[in-house]
Design a protein around this ligand. Structure first.
Ligand code: NAD
Ligand code: IPM
Ligand code: MN
Length: 356
């Protein structure tokens, strides 16, 4: 029985192409209200570069408390603007929400929707179908470090990487739990433990301990440099990948390329049971902003992930089906070889939503 309680969604379109692609995702959610009984209450927030430049406000005071008490999920576009060289507002808003809401799972599926989309030769959709569990609250993103003798030729810059036992254990456990729940047969952990002997050692030990509790799931390990190579040469070997924050960031742009580009890739920043943040993998793409050419599918598939998280499985599947048909019919933006604008590509998906 579908819940009749309205889910409260904070929509933060952000910068660059963010507002253009989020507009299409929002229109789709509004359509699903009629076709699939999706009951959402959307509240828009204007956080981003414009607000930061005009008012000096990035993530407003009290925002995290408001999001965690008044909302069920957050749908965000992208943050980053050439006018803000420091990227301070993006760090405050995006990393602020990931850390401040303790969204420790960055779940990034990599799924090929049609053989024509991948830059790899002779790969079928069944060859490229895996999910990445990126640790999302610590690692190289912890913000610790500093300068000594800044501006001199003797300058020293340190950039720390933080790995907590608790943080490593919960992301690896989440990857195995996902594998179990979704009938995936293998979890592959990527690290650089041959060089990063302390953090890497912790990840190695915890991986073995957690894997032992999931005897039906194969656990294997690759150094991250080798994984980058094998993702290109033999992507079919992957089911579930787990890695730290920085390696997960890099590997998921590569994963996006394998499935047809950043315009298609979706992600969820998740803390199970708590308000979670859904956003496309891509950024604000300044060269495309304002031109109506950005691909909205990454945001549309992100909305599907959000609906699944909120318990609207049928609506989520309806989006995935409509996107697959749209891509199959080449009714897409130019990054996927089509000719449509952002708005028409969004409309093409909406037209293919089957009424439940
Ligand atoms: P980007 O993801 O914004 O874009 C890289 C390139 O990918 C674009 O130039 C474009 O060719 C292509 N692309 C991206 N999204 C697309 C779409 N929807 N449709 C078609 N093509 C698309 O990465 P970048 O250029 O390295 O970063 C630009 C800004 O975005 C920076 O400020 C960066 O920090 C920020 N950023 C933000 C996020 C986020 O908010 N989650 C993610 C990545 C980058
Ligand atoms: C991403 C982005 C962000 C990250 C940036 C914009 C801080 O690249 O979401 O993948 O590095 O996590
Ligand atoms: Mn990234």
């Amino acid at each position: 029985m579908m819940s009749q309680v309205k889910k409260r969604i904070a929509v933060i379109p952000g910068d660059g192409i963010g507002p253009e692609v989020i507009r299409e995702a929002v229109q789709l959610l509004e359509l699903l209200r009629d076709t699939h009984g999706v009951r959402l209450e959307l509240t828009h927030f204007d956080w981003g570069a414009d607000k930061y430049l005009q008012e000096g406000v990035s993530l407003p005071d009290g925002a995290l408390a408001m999001l965690s008490t008044e909302f069920d999920a957050i749908l965000a576009g992208a943050f980053g603007d050439p006018r803000v060289k420091s990227n301070q507002h993006a760090e405050d808003i995006l990393l602020g929400m990931r850390r401040g809401l303790d969204l420790y799972i960055n779940l990034r599926p990599v799924r090929l929707l049609g053989a024509h989309l991948t830059p790899l030769r002779e790969r079928a959709p069944s060859d490229i179908d895996f999910v990445v569990f990126r640790e999302n609250t610590e690692g190289a993103y912890c913000g610790a470090g500093g300068f000594l003798k800044k501006g001199t030729i003797d300058e020293i810059a340190t950039q720390e990487e933080l790995n907590t036992r608790r943080g490593v254990e919960r992301i690896i456990t989440a990857a195995f739990e996902y594998a179990r729940a979704h009938n995936r047969r293998k979890v592959t952990m990527a690290d650089k433990s041959n060089v990063q002997r302390f953090g890497g050692d912790l990840w190695q030990r915890v991986f073995k301990e957690v894997a032992a509790q999931y005897s039906e799931i194969e656990a294997n390990h690759q150094y991250v440099d080798a994984m980058a190579m094998f993702m290109v040469l033999d992507p079919a070997q992957y089911d579930v990948i787990v890695s730290n924050n920085l390696f997960g960031d890099i590997l998921t742009d590569l994963g996006a390329a394998l499935q047809g580009g950043l315009g298609l890739a979706a992600s969820g920043n998740i803390h199970p049971g708590k308000v979670s943040l859904f956003e496309p993998v891509h950024g604000s793409a300044p060269p495309l902003a304002g031109k109506g050419v950005a691909n909205p599918i990454g945001s549309i598939l992100t909305a599907a992930m959000m609906l699944e998280y909120l318990g609207y499985e049928a609506a989520s599947e309806a989006i995935e089906q409509a996107v697959a048909e749209t891509v199959g019919a080449r009714a897409t933006t130019r990054d996927l070889g089509g000719t449509l604008s952002t708005a028409l590509a969004g409309e093409a998906v909406r037209q293919r939503i089957q009424v439940a």
